[in-house]
Design a protein around this ligand. Structure first.
Ligand code: URA
Length: 428
């Protein structure tokens, strides 16, 4: 059969800054998913997009084409609003572990299809897998049943959810073409729209620990994604959050689960509680519950009950001891003063080097490895006070983690300290 287009023509057109038509984009994505376009050609096109961008219409067509490469989930019939959340990721970001139970405790259904981590930002599934017995793979029937009985779930996305993006994202990762806004927005939104929620709240992080460090770019990504969501009939809001310092005190896997449980018990760190409550309010508003108070769910144990039911429903034991590392080491303050900055990215890289993250997709992570901060920006310290504790199963990993932390802690005069806002704005 003769093809309507030639991939080389599409690459040349994009290289020259022309917009591709909807038909061309649909053809290309269908053909690529079926294995009919070479990875070399697709990577040339994504590189051309990195330089030339895409119009909003093209970005919309790309999102729809990737969405249509797989199945779209359908939660109608659950008899309750279904609202989802996505985060562009960060260091110490255990928000989902707290947010899902908080929102579900108000009767809203929260289906969270999550990923595993790669590089310095952790993955929600990796964190949850530190709970003995907990499993990330649920069938569509199990998802429906759990949403009906527990109200929320967190599981791995199935292979039929935007399969075109799965292939394209792996290719972008290997070819240095991840960070183009039309590609990021269509990648995230094709999966999120396929998840079938009626409402979606996007936590778009910015700062050194985030994937987009420039706030202007993060805002542009937020705007693009909100537009794509609304266009597809999903009520979408984005909240821009600061990720220049780690969120909470724990960075890793098991230790982040411990901190999430403390937060669900009403004893969480102020920054984590604040971000969770802002996102929860946005989700509850989309669910038609503008007066629901997320802090109440943390204080009265209702979110904790959802957490326990959720862990048990997915085979885990909510009371089981979590893994702990055999080796630890303390990084101490070099001066007296006020902690001005704890550079998130450096802490993420250090935790990763301790074994909490992976560099190759599919590799195992060490659930016990990670870092526990002992201070936060704004705290006063004396020389020799602990800044953080590093945990490792393999002590040979400690020196490289310490290297990552060189220059990551700044301590100075109290007059130089000004608290930075955690919530930088919203879109939608
Ligand atoms: N996360 C995604 O799912 N896709 C991207 O392109 C970037 C982050």
């Amino acid at each position: 059969m003769t093809e309507p287009y030639d991939m080389v023509d599409l690459i040349l057109a994009k290289r020259q800054g022309e917009a591709l038509t909807g038909d061309q984009i649909r053809w290309m994505i269908a053909k690529y998913t079926a294995g009919g376009i070479l990875d070399a050609q697709m990577s040339a096109l994504t590189m051309a997009i990195c330089f030339q961008g895409m119009t909003p219409r093209e970005t919309g067509d790309l999102t729809t084409a990737m969405l249509e490469s797989g199945t779209r989930m359908d939660y109608s019939g659950l008899g309750a609003p279904v609202v989802d959340k996505h985060s562009t990721g960060g260091v110490g970001d255990k928000v989902t572990l707290v947010l899902m139970p908080v929102v579900a405790s108000f009767g809203v259904k929260v289906p969270q299809l999550s990923g595993r981590g790669l590089g310095h930002t952790g993955g929600t599934l990796d964190k949850l897998e530190s709970i003995p017995g907990w499993r990330a793979d649920l069938t569509s029937e199990e998802i429906r049943e759990q949403l009906r009985t527990v109200g929320g779930m967190v599981c791995a996305a199935g292979a039929d959810l935007a399969p075109a993006d799965r292939r394209l994202y792996a290719l972008r990762d290997a070819t240095g073409t991840v960070d183009a806004i039309p590609l990021i927005a269509s990648s995230i939104m094709s999966k999120k729209i396929a998840e079938g929620a009626q409402g979606l709240v996007l936590d778009v992080t910015t700062g050194s620990g985030a994937f987009l460090t420039d706030p202007a770019e993060a805002r542009e990504l937020a705007r693009t994604m909100v537009h794509l969501g609304e266009h597809a009939g999903v009520r979408t809001r984005a909240i821009l959050t600061d990720m220049s310092a780690p969120l909470g005190f724990a960075i890793g896997n098991a230790n982040e689960v411990r901190e999430a449980v403390q937060t669900l018990q009403g004893r969480g760190p102020a920054d984590l509680v604040h971000v969770v409550c802002v996102l929860a309010r946005a989700m509850l508003e989309l669910a038609g519950l503008p007066d629901a108070d997320p802090r109440r769910a943390l204080a009265d144990g209702s979110a904790l009950r959802v957490w326990r039911d959720f862990v048990s429903a997915q085979g885990g034991d909510p009371d089981a001891a979590l893994p702990e590392a055999d080796h630890s080491s303390i990084l101490r303050a070099e001066y007296d003063g006020v902690v001005l900055d704890l550079e998130a990215r450096a802490f993420g890289v250090a935790a990763w080097r301790l074994g909490a993250g992976r560099s190759v997709p599919g590799a195992p992570v060490d659930h016990a490895a990670g870092i526990d901060l002992r201070v936060k920006p704004g705290d006063r310290v004396r020389r020799g006070d602990p800044i953080c504790e590093l945990h490792a199963t393999d002590p040979d990993r400690l020196p490289r983690a310490y290297e990552a932390l060189e220059g990551a802690v700044s301590i100075g005069d109290a007059t130089r300290w000004a608290p930075a806002p955690l919530i930088l704005g919203s879109v939608g």
